[in-house]
Design a protein around this ligand. Structure first.
Ligand code: ZN
Length: 56
């Protein structure tokens, strides 16, 4: 499993930048520390870049 350590990722709800710890896995649910929105970590199939999607 690819690690994302040292990367930043943007919350789609409040646009805050969150640092990734490197322990997140694709499909894992995380909470934005700023707006508390439940988010799911996804990965762009083309660029392989991780991104977050709201998971209500
Ligand atoms: Zn947020």
């Amino acid at each position: 499993m690819t690690k994302y350590s040292g990367k930043y990722i943007n919350c789609p709800t409040c646009d805050a930048e969150m640092p990734l710890t490197g322990d997140e896995k694709t499909g894992e649910e995380v909470y934005c520390p700023y707006c508390q929105t439940p988010l799911k970590l996804k990965r762009n199939k083309d660029t392989d870049e991780p991104y977050l999607e709201e998971d209500f």
